[in-house]
Design a protein around this ligand. Sequence first.
Ligand SMILES: [Zn+2]
Length: 298
Amino acid sequence: MRRWGSGRSGTVLYARARARLNAGIACALLTLSAAACGPSAASDAPGDGKGRPAPRTGFSVRYEPPSAPDKANAAFLRGRRVLEQASGDLNAFVSSERLGQAVAVVGRSCGGEGSAYDPGARRIEICYDDVAQERELFEGAGVRPADSEVAAVLAETFFHEAGHALADILGLDLGDRAEEDAADQFAALMLIRGGPAGERQLRVAAREYELSAAGDAGTGPADEGGRDEHSSDLVRATNHLCYLYGADPVRNAGLPGKGLLTAERAGRCGEEWRGVREAWQERLASVAAPSDRSDRSD
Ligand SMILES: [Zn+2]
C-alpha cells in the first residue's frame, strides 16, 4: 500500500497511502495499463470467476492469481470477503444503473506498488501484499492476531479508492489534495454507515495512520518536499476520529481528550461531519440508490 501516486492526470494512479520511494514507483508511473508490474491476470474482464459475464455497471470483484509470496495474503483477502462485502455496500448505496459505468475491483499481486485506483482502466487495485504489510504494522504494535485489523484497513482502503473512482466517473473537479481528503471522507462515510462494526473499522484505520506516522517520523515524502497529495498520516487519523465522534458522540464518547482528538477539535466534529456527509450526498445526488436518496437528511 506504499505507492506514491496522485494527481489529476488520467495517467496517474490514485493511492490511499503515502509511499516511501521504492522500485514500485517508477513501475506505477510508467506502466499503468501494461502488465509489467508483477504477475497479471490472464483476463482483464471483471466477472465472478465462474465464466459468467461481468455486470455492465457497478463495482464487481475479481482476483488475479497471486505471486508465490502472496498466496497466503490472497487467501486471507478472499476468505474474509472484504472486497465482496464492501462492494456490496457500495452497490447498495450508489445505483449501478444511474452510475452507468463498470468499475472492476481487482485483488492482485502488486510487487509493493500499493493499492490504487487506475482511471485509465477504471479499476480499483487492492494489493495482496497490503495484507502482509498491515499485519506487520499491527503485530509490531503488539496486536496479535491482527486479522480483523488487517481486514478493517483493507475495507477502508477499498472505500478510499472507490471515492477516487466516483470522483472520476462523476467528473468532480476537486483538485489533488481536496480529492484525497474527499476520498478519505468517502471511506469514513461508508464505514460509519455500517454502524458499530463499520465504526470500529474506521477506528482501526485511524490507528493504522497513527502507527504509519510513527514509523515514518521525519522520513516521509511529505517531509521531503511535499510531493505527496495526501494529508499527513496524523491529520488523516485525526480526521477519521473526528468524523466518528461527530457522527455518534455517544458511542464514541471515549475519543476526545485523549490521543489525537483534542477536546477543542471534538467540539466542532458534529458540524464537520455534517458538512462531509452533505458534500458527498450532493456529489452523489444523481447516482444515489433510490433507498438512499432521502435518508440521513438531518
Ligand atoms: Zn487517494
